[in-house]
Write a protein that binds this ligand. Sequence first.
Ligand SMILES: Nc1ncnc2c1ncn2[C@@H]1O[C@H](COP(=O)(O)OP(=O)(O)O)[C@@H](O)[C@H]1O
Ligand SMILES: [Mg+2]
Length: 251
Amino acid sequence: MSILSAKNLVKKFGDTTAVDGVSLDIEAGEIFGFLGPNGAGKTTTIRLLTGALSPDDGTIEIFGMRYDDNAIAIKRQIGVVPDEPPSFKNLRGWEFLKFIASIYRCEKDVFHRVDELCELLKIDFLDEYTDEYSHGMKQKLMVVSVLMRRPKILFLDEPTTGLDPFSARALKLLLRKIANEGAAVFLTTHILEIAEKMCDRLGVIVEGKIVAQGTIEQLRSQSGTEGDLEKIFLQLTGTDESEIRKLIDEL
Ligand SMILES: Nc1ncnc2c1ncn2[C@@H]1O[C@H](COP(=O)(O)OP(=O)(O)O)[C@@H](O)[C@H]1O
Ligand SMILES: [Mg+2]
């Protein structure tokens, strides 16, 4: 049974329909990759699924609960690493982690988990103030603040942007372990190599609509394309490579 089920989600901003009838199911133990061009609606979908925005239409059930009735119970079980990690004035990294641990009423052993995660991600800056962190440092802190709680569904919006190659690799291996232990991972990415190597299933969104969903094999047959994910992606998103070449020639 799916632990997250979204049906016909719609979200409008003025005249823009950012999410236009999105339906998704996420299973425990899988890594689901959400792909799409810039502005396709990936971040808006994550914000809907994590309760940061309310949909104009459609339903979301997480562990059989809805945000309207059970927002706090749902939010205790999920974790979100946003694409723009926040910083907190006058708060050092470890103070932020203590704050999150107290809000979520984490057990004392949470700090043992923090130590392990910091060792893995080479985090040695918890004594520094978060408003002096780089994008990648903030992102790593967010990852730790979320993973220390062991959420059952983990949402990450462009998680490797801003991470150095070592940290990106460590994060990828860590996410696979977390999925193998039974949590679901939902991530957005532009990086097709990440989608291809890491994700068990993919959804492709274009202008707010999911145009294909499934394993890479299923996407390949849905797109009617042989070849790698880049070819499949260009086909599914309606990008004609000869058009790109023509425009480049004209530059
Ligand atoms: N808060 C907002 N106010 C107005 N328009 C928004 C807002 N957030 C997103 N949009 C618009 O919705 C569309 C989808 O954006 P987004 O979900 O951020 O796409 P993606 O993450 O796939 O790049 C874009 O056209 C974007 O301009
Ligand atoms: Mg985005």
